[in-house]
Design a protein around this ligand. Structure first.
Ligand SMILES: [Zn+2]
Length: 539
């Protein structure tokens, strides 16, 4: 067969095309893998040779996988998907130091168009063009030899055999290093692109099938508010986004990022830790009765959370969301989206957190009996476009990074934009407190907690979402603040000054929420409740 037509290449056998694509991706889309191996296995010649050996090792693995999938007409679409997805993953790994695992994929799947627009950058387009589109065009225009089935099968088997032999040979040549990498430095292998992402996607599908068949688990079936509890509670819980504890002046940050909260006499918890490093993990986890070790988003989805239990006991619950969604936490309670001008009166370049307070007094007034819990899910400090997260009047720290391509900004500009967004959260929380003060016929309380922190360029890391064991404290150490109105039961606050210095986490929120409403249920654990209700004043 002769090549013909414009930009035709080839003819090649499908096997040749597979090898070309595998080597291209191994060589050009895996710099994060080589860098990470090189940084950990520093030292002699053998270490350098080991790092180099990763190239034939991953290329051979790609070939085995592609050889199994690229059958006849499926070959080109599969190779193109492989190239395009590797190019996108390479961009995120190289630019932000992230690892694409199951949690990250859930994040991606739940990312809406607004967040996706935040991530679009010139650098991303260049990555996709050079690592994805150009080689994909080559694959698309390649003329393929299609030999008879028997011949094709024999040569395919030879290719697989040679690749497996390469994998085994390379492994045994540097077995000490490979065993050490798979045992002690998994983080290197997590950067093998796109092997780890494909593995994680498979695991995700497997888990969702496994948990989809789970029956709904009722937690705290007979939860009730005791009869002696005749006063009414009004609690606002603010679920923050991407705020790190060490950028709050309440926690000793040198910059004044909490001027209003400092005036309000809030109770600050300096040693508070997140359940996960992503929204999709942390938000459902903090409302779930599962501990961090037991928690899985799919499993938690199939069980009642704190809101379900409180609702069953008669508490009126409203979730207002200016983030992407409640991550299924509010699936069974009243939910309002505030990312649209239809509900949110404070929208300029985007809808502001402040807008979630609009009409809230009406909601409270419309519920003349019983307790009320309002959850406000903030846009907060969602990155990388921190500069979009606050109105212009909050641009106190300058100059700011005005692009989502963090690599193009200085550390100072990134931190300035990030801190301005914290300052806006400080303002927002003071507005929540103002609302509660106007309603002090209730026992009022506010809880504020961030879902996870953020890396701001330390050690080349940006954003969040690293596997928990790998993630730096910046992604896990989060602000947690409580405020109580003047009618709040002083008995339950008696030990809070000692308690606030303890190491606490998202795992304490479930029982603290139930405890705030004096809920009687077997699901409540007094040991994890931050407040002490052991001597109720109203017996
Ligand atoms: Zn988040």
């Amino acid at each position: 067969m002769k090549s013909s037509g414009f930009l035709r290449v080839g003819p090649f056998s499908t096997n040749t095309l597979i090898v070309m694509v595998a080597v291209y991706v191994a060589l050009f889309a895996n710099t994060a893998l080589f860098n990470s191996a090189f940084n950990i296995y520093k030292g002699g010649v053998e270490e350098v040779l080991f790092t180099i050996s990763l190239l034939p090792f991953v290329a051979a693995i790609f070939i085995v996988i592609l050889a199994a999938l690229c059958l006849r007409a499926a070959a080109k679409p599969i190779l193109i998907t492989f190239l395009l997805s590797s190019s996108v993953i390479a961009y995120f790994m190289n630019s932000y130091g992230v690892v694409v695992d199951a949690d990250m994929l859930v994040n991606v799947l739940e990312t809406d168009t607004g967040e996706a627009r935040d991530l679009l950058s010139v650098a991303l387009i260049l990555y996709v063009l050079i690592l994805g589109v150009v080689p994909s065009l080559f694959v698309y225009r390649a003329e393929l030899n299609l030999p008879r089935l028997k011949t094709a099968l024999t040569s395919r088997l030879k290719l697989v055999f040679a690749s497996v032999a390469t994998i085994v040979a390379v492994f045994f040549l540097f077995s000490g290093h490979y065993i050490s990498m798979f045992r002690e430095h998994k983080e290197i292998w997590y950067r093998a692109n796109p092997i780890h992402a494909v593995y994680s996607a498979g695991k995700l599908v497997h888990d969702s099938v496994k948990f989809a068949s789970l029956p709904h688990l009722v937690v705290g079936a007979h939860a009730k508010i005791p009869e002696w509890d005749t006063h009414r509670e009004l609690v606002v819980m603010v679920v923050g986004e991407t705020a790190r504890a060490d950028h709050f002046s309440l926690n000793g940050y040198a910059r004044e990022t909490n001027p209003r909260l400092q005036r309000e006499g809030v109770i600050n918890f300096p040693d508070f830790w997140s359940c996960g490093t992503s929204t999709a993990q942390s938000v459902p986890c903090m409302f779930s009765h599962y501990s961090r070790a037991e928690f899985d988003p799919e499993k938690a989805n199939a069980a009642d959370n704190a809101l379900d239990i409180l609702k069953r006991a008669g508490v009126s619950i409203l979730w207002r969301d200016n983030n992407s969604s409640s991550k299924h936490v509010a699936d069974r309670v009243e939910y309002e989206d505030f990312r649209t001008e239809k509900t949110n009166p404070f929208c300029d370049v985007e809808c502001r957190d402040e807008g979630m307070l609009s009409g809230l007094q009406d909601y409270i007034d419309r519920h003349p009996v019983g307790d009320i819990l309002i959850v406000l899910h903030q846009m907060g400090n969602h990155g990388p476009a921190y500069y979009r997260r606050y109105p212009p009047s909050f641009e106190k720290f300058t100059p700011v990074c005005k692009t989502n391509d963090l690599g193009a900004c200085s550390k100072e500009e990134i931190v300035n934009a990030y801190d301005n967004a914290i300052l806006y959260t400080d303002f927002f929380l003071s507005k929540v407190i103002e609302l509660l003060k106007r309603n002090d016929k209730f026992e009022t309380a506010m809880l504020y907690v961030s879902d996870h922190g953020e890396s701001l360029g330390e050690n080349g890391l940006y954003l969040h979402g690293l596997p928990y064991f790998l993630a730096p404290d910046a992604q896990k150490h989060v602000p947690f603040i409580m405020w109580f109105g003047r009618n709040f039961d002083p008995q339950s606050l008696s030990s809070i000054q000692a308690k606030r210095m303890e190491q606490l986490s998202h795992a304490n929120i479930f029982s603290t929420l139930l405890g705030l409403f004096e809920l009687q249920t077997a699901a409540y654990n007094p040991n994890t409740d931050i407040l002490d209700h052991s001597n109720p004043a109203y017996f």
